[in-house]
Design a binder for this molecule. Structure first.
Ligand code: URA
Length: 238
């Protein structure tokens, strides 16, 4: 959470008192004097010290294996949502999904109540890579690999950034592959394959940045990120 908000909340200070701590150089993160009051901190990753007090945060970071059928939203009038899959002990007021998977897409989805982290992970200039396991209804070959690498052109003129296609298996009726993209346009993967004249039959996200889908997690289940996973996200705490 934002360092200034954490100080106000934990030390019950006014905004003015909180600013005074910074002015007196009494705020330290990981032992260093910190002057950036709006930076994102988490006590699972950072030692947060204000004068002699050590401050603690209480965020959750959940790795969900999204099932087909759940909507990537907090509320929905018609379908179950991904946040409804979270047990009440792990619920937080601002728990939300980082990025969006279609209702018929499954796989890795990060849920957190640390809005600043979610924002950083979704910034286009951060180019956080996402890998999808994809099944399509036709043949894929070296021409497709080249087309994805050069940048797929959507009907309407929009061009995608270079993407990496790895074909695992291919026949006239079905292909199985991995696709790694750096962007998050609406229905991007489905539209990329449509531009190559095949239709996505099944779509499963298996990585997002440093995070990998835990194959031990049954569909619909989630677990908190472990410390190693959180450490890999530390560069995104800005
Ligand atoms: N691309 C899509 O087309 N759908 C998703 O759910 C994710 C990426």
């Amino acid at each position: 959470m934002r360092l200034d908000k954490l100080i106000e909340k934990e030390l019950l200070t006014s905004r003015k008192e909180m600013k005074r701590y910074f002015a007196r150089k009494l705020v330290r993160v990981d032992g260093q004097v910190e002057m950036n009051a709006s930076r994102n901190v988490d006590s699972q990753l950072h030692t947060i010290q204000v004068d002699t007090d050590i401050l603690r945060t209480n965020h959750v970071y959940l790795l969900l294996n999204k099932p087909v059928g759940a909507v990537t939203a907090v509320t929905d009038g018609n379908y179950p949502t991904v946040t409804q899959l979270v047990a009440s002990v792990d619920q937080r007021e601002f728990l939300y999904p980082v990025g969006r998977l279609d209702r018929d897409t499954e796989g890795l989805l990060l849920l957190t109540d640390n809005g600043q982290l979610g924002y950083e992970l979704l910034l286009p200039d951060k180019k956080v890579e996402k890998t999808y396991e994809v099944w399509v209804n036709g043949r894929l070959d070296a021409d497709d690999v080249r087309a994805f690498e050069e940048g797929i052109l959507f009907i309407g003129g929009e061009i995608c950034k270079s993407a990496k296609l790895v074909i695992l298996k291919s026949s006239d009726t079905m292909s199985h592959c991995y696709l790694t993209i750096q962007e998050g346009k609406f229905h991007q993967v489905k539209k990329m394959f449509l531009a190559r004249n095949v239709k996505v039959l099944r779509l499963r996200r298996i990585t997002m940045g440093p995070l990998q889908l835990d194959e031990q997690l049954p569909s619909g289940a989630y677990r908190p990120l472990n410390h190693e996973e959180l450490l890999q996200l530390k560069p995104y705490f800005k």
